[in-house]
Write a protein that binds this ligand. Structure first.
Ligand code: AMP
Length: 496
């Protein structure tokens, strides 16, 4: 199928071809005609599937007849509103709108928090048709009456599951109440939990469900590997891997903000070029860090899960989980940063004994055991301090205002570590304590898994089986908030 067969306007086709795209991705092939038919849609797709162009192109086409070259702000009311969970994703979506809409006289504004609101107010005063916003900052504008939503005809909720995870539900409810009832609604989400379906049923009109696997499924292109390593040796191992394998661009994940900072400082001391991105850094610092990483000025970007959401880097060869995430969904989101745009990638996890339960949850979701790699000899096995498990002081606790998403995760993590310690729970036997040999005969434990091949995803049915298994035996560390089976494969629904 070609883009030309999708009945897109010549201005849009020209912009698409300039990007070098000749064929629509599966989500684009399904979503574009449905949106042009003015249907509400629920798109089940992660980043990497081409979903942004999947909604941006038809949105621009539907607004094109109302485009005006007039300078009067009244001729440029807000007609489309796109909500995203993070500033990074908002910036990427807005860039897509500008890229694909470059031959149409439609105006765009990007509204996110963490930066001065005044320039945003000024941009709104001139009139804009398309607003891409994070929910919190949009509410600020609504309160300051710097935005008028009374003429919105199209609403897009991008990464809706993330928005709910991040506690944006009250904000979304307030925003929905301020929109005209007659409008087209598009909702995109990597997972479709009951919560998302409930949200959707509250505001969508008979939505059509569109779902696709990732374009270049991570399975086909990403090799998963684990080093079982004591926490004290992780830093030395990381530096060793980066140096000996001459890694040029690596996204490194930590669970906590302060550990991300600390690790990036340690790496710089090791003579490596590194920077960190997390919720405590200002927006300009985050943008700079991301830019330096994307352009290759900095080789190592240390990130928390929240800060890395929506980051889109084509051809990122390595993702290293310095600390593995405590939810399997985050693992899938993390590795989704590599193996994109047809390039192979490696997802390497450094797993300490304390994290073995998290690893089991991930393997349960993947329905595979991830191959263990032998620990290399680390220069003198120099001792490095593990990231401290911190208890917020009474002072910081008292002073702390509302918790950010990063902070909520950190607190939950600290609680879990404390509880595990308090209960004196013996750690699982299989951990090899950093020895080079895998702890159990893997081929015996996983007779169907071919360890010589990169990880492949479970088929849809298999993924549903995982969900069923997980539902029967809830995992120890994680409240089962969302259907994890839905992340890698999910039930097909024509209408919701
Ligand atoms: P998204 O899922 O929207 O984050 O897009 C992932 C990546 O796919 C982005 O880098 C896009 O530029 C790219 N992309 C979008 N549409 C296409 C297409 N039709 N063909 C090839 N690449 C595309």
């Amino acid at each position: 199928m070609s883009f030309a067969s999708l009945n897109l306007a010549p201005e849009l086709l020209r912009a698409v071809l300039e990007q070098g795209y000749t064929e629509p991705t599966p989500i684009q092939a399904q979503a574009i005609p449905a949106i042009l038919n003015r249907m509400d849609i629920m798109g089940c797709a992660q980043t990497g599937t081409g979903k942004t162009a999947g909604f941006t192109l038809p949105l621009l086409q539907l607004l094109a007849p109302m485009a005006s070259t007039s300078t009067s702000p009244a001729k440029h009311p807000v007609r489309a509103l796109v909500l995203t969970p993070t500033r990074e994703l908002a910036a990427q979506v807005e860039e897509s709108v500008r890229t694909y809409g470059k031959y149409l006289p439609l105006r765009t504004a990007l509204l996110y928090g963490g930066v001065d609101i005044k320039p945003q107010i000024k941009s709104m005063q001139g009139g804009v048709e398309i607003v891409v916003a994070t929910p919190g900052r949009l509410l600020d504008h609504m309160e300051q009456k710097s935005i008028n939503l009374s003429q919105v005809q199209m609403l897009v909720l991008d990464e809706a599951d993330r928005m709910l995870d991040m506690g944006f539900m009250p904000a979304i409810t307030r925003i929905l109440a301020a929109l005209p009832p007659m409008r087209q609604n598009l909702l995109f989400s990597a997972t479709f939990s009951e919560e998302i379906k409930k949200l959707a049923s509250g505001f969508m009109r008979n939505p059509t469900m569109i779902e696709v696997a990732r374009r270049n499924a991570p399975a086909e292109l990403v090799t998963h590997q684990v080093y079982e390593v004591p926490a004290l040796k992780k830093h030395a191992l990381l530096a060793h891997l980066v140096k000996t394998r001459d890694m040029q661009q690596v996204l490194i994940f930590c669970r906590m903000k302060r550990d991300a900072d600390k690790l990036s400082r340690q790496l710089i001391r090791d003579g490596l070029s590194a920077t960190a991105i997390h919720g405590d850094r200002s927006q300009s610092e985050r943008s700079l860090a991301l830019d330096e990483f994307k352009t290759g000025k900095v080789k190592l970007l240390v990130a928390t899960d929240v800060a890395a959401r929506g980051i889109d880097i084509d051809q990122l060869p390595f993702v290293i989980n310095y600390e593995i995430p405590n939810t399997p969904e985050d693992y899938v989101h993390r590795i989704g940063r590599t193996g994109r745009a047809g390039s192979p990638g490696e997802a390497i996890s450094l797993v300490s004994p304390e994290e073995m339960d998290y690893l089991s949850s991930i393997e349960k979701l993947l329905k595979r055991q991830i191959p263990r790699l032998p620990l290399p000899l680390l220069g003198g096995d120099r001792e490095t301090r593990a990231p401290r498990e911190r208890e917020p002081s009474a002072v910081s606790r008292a002073a702390a205002p509302a918790l950010s998403e990063d902070e909520r995760r950190e607190r939950a993590e600290q609680r879990r570590v404390r509880e595990a310690k308090d209960s004196g729970r013996a750690r699982r036997a299989p951990y090899a304590g950093g020895s080079s040999a895998p702890s159990a005969p893997l081929s015996a434990a996983y007779p169907h898994f071919d360890f010589s091949k990169p990880y492949e995803p479970p088929a849809k049915d298999a993924a549903l089986d995982v969900a069923a298994v997980a539902a029967k035996a809830p995992l120890p560390h994680r409240p089962q908030a969302r259907s994890i089976g839905a992340l890698l494969g999910r039930k097909k629904l024509d209408k919701v």
